[in-house]
Design a protein around this ligand. Structure first.
Ligand code: GTP
Ligand code: SPV
Ligand code: MN
Length: 612
């Protein structure tokens, strides 16, 4: 490290920072080390480096670049993401782990020399707004200028924040190397590893580039944060935060957890609302109320189906000059194209499979789409016109409602309100989702995904859930909890509710939180009355919402729900869960059984519950 860079490190007055950087240098043996501060010059250096080393290429439009991840590095690699644990643990969920000494030895061997001939970048960030009680500090070391640049768009700068540590070791540390590159992408995918050391608050990641694997601050930091939150009594969640805009300029803040690729960004972007964040939130109790901050300050969003009709604001941001990274889309003549963009797609170009032409097949004989289904864009939140004015508020925003959503084609209603906080936590625990392209593996398989956070849970599941139940303690105002489902399908496999309808459900919930609308009590929770949805649909969507549509999706599929409860009973049979959960499961089961006996039907129209 040269003198200038060393001075930048020393200015932080933190021996812990100096030693982890030194250790990383000894291990990875870079040709050069560059410390990036919060200065404009340092950030600009990084941006140019990504272009100069070929990790990003300039596109026609000013500020736009394209980055490709390897063909087999297009999503989170759950199999090779492991906790380093000194002893076997039973967390009540499948824990992907490796014995610590063995794991460290393995990953050190892959990191050894990994930066030979390359430049090591040292970056400091704040997870959450700066100057905030909510926020955590994170140190990222990487040899990928794309990773460092992405984090610059997605997180708040933290070099100055690190000075406030006063020499303490209270920060997360992420060491990443893309490993050996071929044509600009990680070549040794078979040696891709992401190893998490919960005791040291560190993550090592090697031989990968896809952001979910490489960017320490995203899902790797979430895993570390969940453990910390559990110990300290707050929540670290896979959640969006949004301002929902009701009548008379009323703004009510919601937070919502959906599994990957199941609707966080699309909910936070519902027309007429304002976005605080779309992926990761920290929730704390302050003065008897729940407040939340967006851990991030940008969006690493799914680009598929972003088009002028469905996502006008994102589309506008993606098609005007600004700093923006496209990943894994098709490039033809310096212009990006992707699935579902609502434009004719050229039949050749360059994409994540390198030179691409329509009909091209991969090694396994599968036809390669023009862009990957999990292709994404990276922008700052402030690129969006609907950014909420409080998006950077160090005190967070006051949360009045929490939403849990899955991807369920045949059982759960579009929206239901929980009877109590405990019932709401229960609804979060029983979220199921059909798998998507955001993780490597078969798609469309129904998987249990408690709080949409299963992939990132880093403590025993029972402890994690208990922390949610306990969160209510000392709250003067308890947020309402909703379970939503945008993905019901008809007999022919077509979605029953279009994306536009999501606005109905959310605005109904906003009304409920503010004391409006009566509900229909069903065994699975309180659902909207037809006339209220009809009124909101008329007012907000200018459509006539028909009774037929309503009955189709809000009928309670008692048989299907009972099957779901059976799946849950099985899953939790041998898991140590909080008593409150076991009670809720029992009560929900009983309510469903009684309902089936009373009505003698598998599917019950919502109107029938009115006559009760
Ligand atoms: P991550 O960034 O992976 O955490 O995902 P996310 O939860 O933010 O997912 P996002 O909102 O980007 O949605 C993912 C995909 O689901 C997109 O391709 C959307 O088009 C689709 N989608 C979102 N909302 C709806 C909906 O209401 N109905 C249908 N049919 N598809 C939807
Ligand atoms: C997700 O998979 O939930 C994402 C994308 O938001 S990534 O953070 O890259 O995993
Ligand atoms: Mn996510």
């Amino acid at each position: 490290m040269d003198k200038v860079n060393l001075q930048k490190l020393e200015a932080l007055n933190n021996q812990h920072v100096i030693s982890v950087v030194q250790e990383a240098i000894q291990l990875c043996k870079p040709a050069k080390v560059t410390v990036i501060t919060d200065s404009k010059e340092d950030i600009a250096y990084l941006r140019n480096l990504a272009i100069n080393n070929g990790e990003e290429k300039k596109l026609k439009m000013e500020g736009h670049t394209i980055h490709f991840d390897g063909y087999y590095d297009q999503a989170r690699d759950k199999n090779n993401t492991r906790y380093l644990l000194s002893k076997d643990v039973d967390w009540g969920i499948k824990v992907n782990s490796i014995e610590k000494d063995k794991g460290l030895k393995e990953i050190y061997s892959y990191l050894d020399d990994s930066m030979a001939g390359k430049e090591m970048l040292v970056r400091f960030f704040s997870l959450g707004p700066t100057n905030s009680l909510f926020s955590l500090k994170a140190l990222q070391i990487t040899d990928s200028a794309y990773v460092a640049h992405s984090e610059d768009l997605l997180y708040r700068q933290g070099y100055e924040e690190f000075k406030k540590l006063n020499g303490s070791s209270d920060f997360f540390f992420f060491l990443h190397s893309a490993g050996r590159l071929e044509n600009g992408v990680s070549a040794d995918i078979d040696k891709r590893r992401i190893y998490i050391d919960l005791e040291e608050n560190r993550v090592y990641s090697v031989n990968n580039q896809y952001a979910g694997n490489s960017l320490g601050l995203k899902k790797l930091a979430l895993r570390l944060a969940i453990k910390k939150a559990n110990e300290e009594g707050w929540l670290a969640e896979h959640m969006f935060i949004m301002g929902v805009h009701g009548p008379n300029d009323r703004v009510t803040y919601f937070t919502g957890a959906f599994p990957s690729a199941c609707g966080k960004t699309s909910t936070a972007m519902i027309p007429g609302q304002t976005i605080v964040g779309d992926d990761i939130a920290y929730l704390n109790k302050i003065n008897g109320g729940v407040r939340a901050v967006n851990v991030e300050s940008g969006i690493f969003g799914i680009i598929r189906n972003v088009n002028p009709q469905d996502d006008p604001l994102i589309y506008q941001a993606l098609t005007s000059p600004r700093e923006l990274i496209f990943s894994n889309v098709l490039i033809n003549d310096g212009i990006p194209y992707w699935l579902g963009m609502g434009k004719d797609i050229p039949n050749k170009g360059v994409n994540h499979s390198e030179e691409w032409f329509k009909g091209k097949k991969d090694k396994d004989g599968n036809e390669i789409d023009c862009s990957h289904k999990n292709a994404r864009f990276t922008i700052k939140l402030k690129a969006l016109k609907n950014i909420d004015p409080k998006a950077d508020d160090p005190a967070g925003v006051p949360i009045k409602a929490v939403i849990y959503g899955g991807r369920d084609s045949d059982t759960t209603v579009p929206i239901a309100e929980s009877f109590t906080w405990e019932h709401g936590v229960f609804l979060g625990v029983i979220v199921e989702s059909e798998t998507t392209s955001a993780t490597i593996g078969v798609q469309g398989v129904r998987k249990h995904n408690p709080m949409a956070n299963l992939d990132f849970v880093s403590v025993p599941l029972g402890t994690y859930i208990e922390n949610h139940f306990k969160f209510k303690t000392n709250l003067k105002e308890v947020p309402k909890i909703y379970a939503v489902n945008y993905f019901l399908k008809d007999e022919n496999g077509n979605f029953l509710t279009g994306k536009a309808y999501n606005k109905l459900w959310i605005l109904w919930a906003e009304g409920r939180v503010n004391g409006e609308y009566k509900t229909i009590e069903t065994p699975i929770g309180r659902i909207p009355k037809y006339e209220d949805l009809k009124e909101i649909a008329k007012r907000e969507l200018k459509i006539d919402y028909t009774e037929e549509e309503y009955v189709k999706v809000f009928s309670i599929k008692v048989k299907k729900y009972l099957e779901k409860m059976e799946r849950m009973s099985k899953i939790f049979e041998n898991v140590e869960m909080p008593a409150a959960f076991i009670e809720e499961l029992k009560a929900q089961n009983e309510r469903l059984r009684e309902t089936r006996t009373k009505f003698g039907e598998d599917t019950i129209s919502p109107f029938k519950f009115l006559d009760k």
